[in-house]
Structures are given as C-alpha cells and as structure tokens.
Design a binder for this molecule. Structure first.
Ligand code: FAD
Ligand code: DHB
Length: 393
C-alpha cells in the first residue's frame, strides 16, 4: 500500500489531519489499532475551544456539532461553596467554548472521511516505523493475522500516549518531562438534566468536583479521588452524595439520575521538547498529556495537526519545507501555554494538602483575586477559550 502521508491513529488528531490534507488535495491513509465501534464509544473529553470549532466549520464537518453542541459564554468557579462566574464574551472579545462529546467528534470525522472515499484500516496495529530518516519511510502493520507495509512520503504518528510514534523518535533528539499528580478523576455520565447551564469547577475541603454536561438530558460530572481508589468502592449513591456536597452552594441543589458510565482516570502532565525526526512527526497525545482540568487535551491535538497540515501544504504545494521543519517549534509554543494553564487549573481546584494549609491559603488567595481583578479573570478566560493561532505567531 502507498500514500503521501501515512497516519497512525484514528483519534481526533489523526482524523482531523486526514481531513485537513484532503482539503488541500494531499493523500493520506489511516491505520487504527482498534475497531470502529471501540474508537467511537470511548468516552473522554467534551470541551471544544473556539479554534477547534472554527477548524471543523471550515472543513465542513460541523453540521451536527453546530446543531447539538452547547455553546457556553461563561464558566462558574466555586471555592468553599462560594461561586463566581467568568464571562467569556466581554473578556475575550466574543470568543467562547462548545460542549460536544469527543466520541461524537470522532464519529462525525470518521463518517465524513469514509464518505469522501478516505481509507481507515481498523483493527490494524502499526508495529514499527522504518526509514523515516530517508525519503521513503515505511509503516509496518498487522491486519487480520497478516503483516503489511504502508509506504509513504511522511509518517504522522497520531497514536496517543501508548502508541509507537514517540518510542520510535531517536532518544538523543528529545528530552521528556513527566509529572504524576497524587490524585485521579472519577468521571460519570448520567441520564439527568444538568443542574447548571454552564460548567462548574469546584474546590472543596473534600476535594475537587466538576459539573459538565452533554445535552439537556445527559450530565457529565467528575470528582477527585485518590490514585488507589477502585471504582467498585463507588456505588451511585456515594458518587451523587459527594458531588452534591462538593459542588454545593446556598440555594442550589444537584439533580441526580441513573449513571450509565463510570471510570477512573489518573492525572499526569507529560511532554517532549521535540516532536519530529526526519520524516516522522508526532501530534496530539503521542507527544503530550495535560491533566484534564481546563479541557485542553483534545484541543491541543487539533492545534498540532493544524500546524502539521500547514507544513505538508507548504511542502507539496509551495515547494517549501520551512513550515514542516519548524513544526515542533511552532506547536510547542501553544503546548507549553496549555501545560501551564492545565497545571494552574489543576492546582487551583484540587485538594493537595490539608484544608487550611499554606497551599490551601495560596489557592484561596488566587480565587479571591479572580473575584476582584478583571485582569486576572481575563487571563483565565483567554486561556480557557483558547488563544487564537495568531497570538503565537
Ligand atoms: P487518541 O484519542 O488517544 O487517539 C490515538 C489513536 O491511536 C487511538 O484510536 C488508538 O487506538 C490508536 N493507536 C494507538 N497505538 C496504535 C498503533 N500502534 N497502531 C495503530 N493505532 C494506534 N481531555 C480533556 O480535555 N478532558 C477530559 O475529560 C479528558 N478525559 C480523558 C479520559 C481518558 C481516559 C483519556 C485517555 C484521555 C482524556 N482526555 C481528556 C484527553 C483527550 O481525550 C485526548 O487529549 C485526546 O483523545 C487526544 O487525541 P489524540 O488523537 O492525540 O489521541
Ligand atoms: C469536560 C472535561 C474537562 O476536563 C473539562 O475541563 C471540562 C469539561 C467534559 O468532559 O465535559
């Protein structure tokens, strides 16, 4: 098999890249380890930045997103039961976020890619990437018990944190950074109308909680738990009770309903300071993980492939390898910003030390400052909705 750009991974990064390349007449084929059903039922993120929505509109894949996605113009922050609202519109010149589940994004992108004649080899793990230091890289894969080779001009490893792309980068080309946080998120989806029209991020002496949503009938909520916690220790009643205490504020009650999805996700920050070697390029979770507080993971993956697609367009259509050569440097500016913001949101709202400790007082001082300073609130708002691409140029 032969193509121009061989893409490993049919997550948000791989699918978005494929569609961006198609728009510019560049060929791509996607290899995906898992089945189509598995990829489309994987419940993960749900917050789309303005940039992400704009890219999907431009690609013509946003019909359902615009119909079913929920546009939010603000966010609630809560500390010790006191709630304040950050309005995006007036602080960011009208930018906002859209709530729409990642698995819906993946479904939409897959449908459009396949309907336009695109190919995805599902249940086809990439086994190794060879010759990426030459002009003829190869991706060796397995499909239905047989091995095969995808020959391409370039390899885009969009294969997530556990993929083979990063492991293939020569060790002397990058440094990596990892932080493991001493807590995890227990996330649920429930058949119940959201108890809020906008998201609520809360610090409470019992730990962090987040109220998000998926539709007017489905709520998505998270609580901070210890890394050693097991989901079996969390019957539905216990989860609702904890959520309602942590998110609570005077005169407000949390509506509860049947939980139909539960999972625990550990939290980490990870990143490499180089995302390319020869004709191999990494994008999305393959190159970096941010803790989920602030909802940056999916949006970073989309921003990476926007830059990568610009690089390929330069190479194939403008006879210039400059943007491709600078891909890592360009993408890393936003990645560092997102690492900092995700870390900021995580440390502000999670219980890290005893309630009342020095660390707690710093968290509280920040929260109090958000309420009195438009400048500080603006900093949070502009990072939360996502800085425009031009900001980093
Ligand atoms: P992925 O979505 O991981 O896609 C990579 C794809 O590559 C997968 O489909 C995988 O099957 C495939 N693959 C891997 N190895 C191979 C191989 N060898 N050959 C072929 N295919 C391969 N972000 C938030 O903002 N908020 C959240 O609440 C949130 N929750 C999360 C919960 C979980 C459990 C996880 C894992 C992530 C969460 N994230 C969240 C992060 C967000 O979902 C990711 O940042 C986003 O999925 C990144 O997209 P991606 O395309 O880079 O990687
Ligand atoms: C969601 C997840 C996040 O990590 C976040 O910061 C906001 C929303 C969500 O799944 O809806």
């Amino acid at each position: 098999v032969k193509t121009q750009v061989g893409i490993i991974g049919a997550g948000p990064a791989g699918l978005t890249l494929a569609l961006l390349l198609r728009k510019h007449g560049i060929e791509a084929i996607i290899l995906e380890n898992r089945s189509r059903e598995y990829v489309q039922s994987r419940v993960r993120a749900g917050l789309l930045e303005q940039n992400t929505v704009d890219i999907y509109k431009d690609l013509g894949v946003a019909d359902r997103l615009l119909r079913e996605g929920l546009v939010h113009h603000g966010v609630y922050l809560s500390f010790d039961g006191q709630r304040t609202r950050i309005p995006f519109g007036e602080l960011t010149g009208g930018r906002n976020i859209t709530i729409y589940g990642q698995q819906e994004v993946v479904k939409d992108l897959t449908d459009v890619w396949l309907a336009g004649g695109g190919q995805i080899y599902f249940e086809t793990p990439a086994l190794k990437i060879e010759n990426f230091e030459t002009n003829n890289p190869e991706i060796h894969f397995e499909h239905g018990g047989e091995t095969g080779v995808l020959k391409c001009d370039f390899v885009a490893a969009c294969d997530g944190f556990h993929g083979i792309g990063r492991k293939t980068l020569p060790p002397d080309t990058y440094r990596e950074y990892t932080v493991t946080y001493p807590f995890s998120w227990l996330g649920i989806l429930a058949h119940v109308a959201p108890s809020t029209e906008e998201l609520i991020y809360a610090y409470h002496e019992r730990g962090f909680a987040l109220h998000s949503l998926r539709s007017d009938k489905i709520s998505r909520l998270y609580i901070q738990v210890d890394n050693t916690e097991h989901i079996d220790n969390w019957p539905d009643d216990r989860i609702w009770e904890e959520l309602s205490i942590r998110l609570g504020t005077e005169g407000w009650t949390l509506k509860t309903g049947p939980i139909f999805e539960k999972g625990i996700t550990p939290m980490r920050s990870f990143f490499t300071d180089n995302m390319q070697a020869g004709r191999l390029f990494l994008a999305g979770d393959a190159a970096h993980i941010v803790p989920p507080t602030g909802g940056k993971g999916l949006n970073l993956a989309v921003a990476d492939v926007k830059h990568l697609a610009d690089g390929f367009v330069g190479y194939y259509q403008k006879n210039s390898a400059k943007a491709l050569d600078n891909y890592s440097a360009t993408a890393l500016k936003r990645i560092w910003r997102a690492q900092d913001f995700s870390n900021f949101m995580t440390t502000l709202f999670h219980k890290q030390d005893q309630h009342g400790s020095f660390q707690y007082q710093l968290q509280k001082a920040k929260f109090d400052y958000i309420k009195l300073s438009k400048a500080y609130a603006t900093t949070i708002a502009e990072n939360y909705v996502g800085l425009p691409f031009e900001a980093f140029e």
